[in-house]
Design a protein around this ligand. Structure first.
Ligand code: FAD
Length: 292
């Protein structure tokens, strides 16, 4: 099923993101995670795509196929374009099609620092346009409530977002954020620039100190003082820290639900405990919204 059709049918869409195991690990390590996540029957599960090339990228296809064909849950395969040629992308599209995958998250990927760009694409919108010319996948795209780090400012970033929609992206997922006010301001801007596709909020429960510091650096997202207080207090008790992170994310999600968000995409970090607990905290509200 196309993900845009799920948005058409449901008031609130809830999904998970997972990543393939490292190149050095066997694909088997993901089975346990998938078993546990699929029990929760999310609307779809997305699978990230390593920007660095190699066999890890094939795992995105393999895992997306398992999600769709073994567990009967819709899969969203991430695909980056910054280092790829049109022929390489064509081959990947063919392989995804053969596995029955209908949904792709069209991404640029991070620009490699030292490598000279050898690809045929500059932006996610170029990839979206090429996929639309080649085949009939339903396309998702990304957006950034605090602005993408390459952009001069958030307004400029949102203006650029329109290129993606015009190229055929039917729904958007946000970068993770920890202050809902950033999301609400972003939604106002999106409206101003006529971006009227469904937008899912990307939420990540942070559950340990190393993760918090890494995420802050990688995503560029602001981490509120409140989170650091929690971390400093509970960092030596793994379970307490995890539960505090889940409680923070739950509060964020319930506030978003109360203000009418189209959906939430949970960055699970392949951690079924976090996904299950967060899911259990909001399941009655999901049911209530989808009955409306
Ligand atoms: P783009 O949409 O191309 O935007 C990048 C910059 O270019 C922005 O500043 C934008 O304003 C500007 N821009 C966009 N279009 C145009 C245009 N047509 N003309 C001029 N300027 C333009 N990375 C991975 O490697 N693998 C993954 O699986 C992955 N999954 C992700 C999932 C989500 C939900 C998110 C939010 C990010 C993910 N990323 C992933 C990271 C992403 O690849 C990086 O953030 C990357 O730097 C930007 O990708 P993009 O598709 O958002 O780029």
């Amino acid at each position: 099923m196309r993900i845009i059709d799920i948005f058409d049918k449901k008031r609130f869409v809830f999904s998970f993101e997972i990543f393939p195991p490292k190149t050095t690990s066997s694909i088997d390590t993901i089975y346990k995670t998938l078993e546990s996540l699929s029990d929760l029957r999310p609307d779809y599960i997305s699978v990230t795509y390593g920007a660095g090339g190699g066999s890890n990228q094939n795992k995105t296809k393999e895992i997306s196929s398992l999600i769709k064909n073994k567990y009967g849950i819709e899969a969203l395969a991430h695909l980056t374009c910054i280092s790829s040629t049109k022929d390489e992308i064509k081959q990947i599209l063919k392989e995804l099609k053969e596995e029955g995958i209908e949904n792709i998250l069209a991404l640029r990927g991070d620009v490699p620092l030292e490598e000279e760009l050898k690809g045929d694409f500059q932006h996610a919108s170029d990839l979206a346009e090429f996929i639309k010319e080649t085949d009939n996948f339903d396309l998702g795209g990304t957006c950034y409530p605090e602005g993408h780090t390459d952009s001069l400012n958030i307004e400029n970033d949102v203006k650029n977002l329109k290129y993606k929609i015009d190229a055929g992206v039917t729904h958007l997922t946000t970068q993770l954020f920890f202050d809902n006010n950033d999301f609400y301001k972003f939604m106002d801007l999106a409206l101003k620039y006529n971006i009227n596709v469904p937008i899912q909020a990307g939420i990540m429960p942070l559950t340990n100190k190393n993760q918090i510091e890494r995420i802050a650096t990688l995503s560029g997202s602001k981490i509120p003082e409140k989170y650091f207080r929690m971390m400093n207090k509970f960092e030596n008790d793994k379970e307490a820290m995890a539960d505090a992170g889940i409680a923070y994310a739950t509060e964020q999600i319930i506030d978003l639900m109360a203000t009418g968000v189209d959906g939430v995409h949970l960055y699970t970090m392949n951690n079924p405990y976090v996904a299950r607990k967060t899911h259990n905290n909001i399941i009655s509200i999901i049911h209530s919204l989808n009955r409306e």
